[in-house]
Design a protein. Structure first.
Length: 289
């Protein structure tokens, strides 16, 4: 099969042996695979795959199983290739009417946001949610999930304000918030303490602006606030199965969509990564084998 590989900090498409599914796994002929911040970090050498996982990047894909079912999968790696394997319990059916590109950009982004907002942050209807870095793949997922759950959502982004308002969010981050989904990191973390309501929760799942900040712990104590940090890729198969099951139940109950900014052929994967890094996108960058 053809697959994206990482060579000296660049994406090179090369031949790799076809993957073989193990017990309880499905072989998927990949029709689309999203790019995520974790892939960018892996290319730079900062986020290696867990032990025993392929070094082919790609944490989500959509495609056809050997019996012809349209599925989308959460992966520990290997999605940006012609073939991928996934545990059965990490797979969901593609919703009717979705394109391959939408399905290929769904699982990692929405699973990350859903797990942070609900399993960790305990977001409830009527609460005030702020999404920092709302225009990207995980950001647009977080906005939609919050709106669908009945939260009052504010989306903070440098661009695409009209599109974010169309998703049901306000784009003027005023006042305090019960839950803050942080995708930017850096000095945002310190600023978030001034935006936090009593018993508020900060959910740190992105560090696009850096991984360090100086914060005033008194402000956190004063609000009785909490800061959660999370990654999804290193979790156990069983833990990920719980994440996927919860996400699938939410998807069955609510209308969600995936906004795709641009698609690239697999042979153009290096260009796709550079487009992701350039910023200014709304939603996902997707590779189509």
């Amino acid at each position: 099969m053809r697959a994206a590989t990482i060579v000296d900090g660049r994406i090179v498409v090369d031949d790799r042996p076809d993957p073989a599914p193990g017990p309880g796994e499905l072989l998927i002929r990949v029709r689309a695979a999203g790019i995520n911040g974790a892939d960018i970090a892996q290319r730079a050498g900062g986020y290696p795959p867990p032990p025993g996982v392929t070094d082919v990047p790609g944490l989500e894909c959509a495609g056809e199983t050997e019996d012809g079912r349209r599925v989308m999968a959460l992966l520990a790696g290997g999605g940006q290739a012609e073939l991928a394997v996934a545990p059965r319990e990490h797979v969901l059916p593609v919703p009717d009417g979705w394109s391959w590109e939408q399905a290929g950009g769904f699982m990692e982004a929405f699973a990350t946001a859903h797990d942070a907002l609900f399993a960790q942050g305990g977001l409830e209807a009527g609460e005030r949610l702020l999404v920092n870095g709302a225009a990207g793949g995980v950001g647009t997922a977080g906005v939609q999930l919050g709106v669908a759950a009945g939260a009052r959502v504010t989306a903070s982004a440098r661009h695409h304000h009209a599109e974010l308002r169309a998703l049901g969010a306000d784009t003027e981050p005023e006042g305090v918030h019960d839950v803050i989904l942080e995708l930017v990191g850096g000095e945002n973390l310190a600023a978030n303490l001034d935006r936090l309501a009593l018993r508020g929760r900060i959910l740190l799942i992105g560090m696009g602006a850096g991984g360090r900040a100086e914060i005033d712990f008194y402000k956190l104590m004063r609000t009785r606030g909490r800061i959660f940090g999370s990654t999804l890729r290193p979790r156990t198969r069983e833990e990920k199965a719980e994440v996927v099951s919860a996400l699938g139940a939410f998807l069955d109950a609510h209308a969600l969509t995936v906004h795709v900014e641009e698609t690239f052929r697999l042979e153009e994967a290096q260009d796709a990564y550079e487009r992701f890094r350039a910023g200014g996108k709304f939603g996902k960058i997707v590779v189509v084998p």
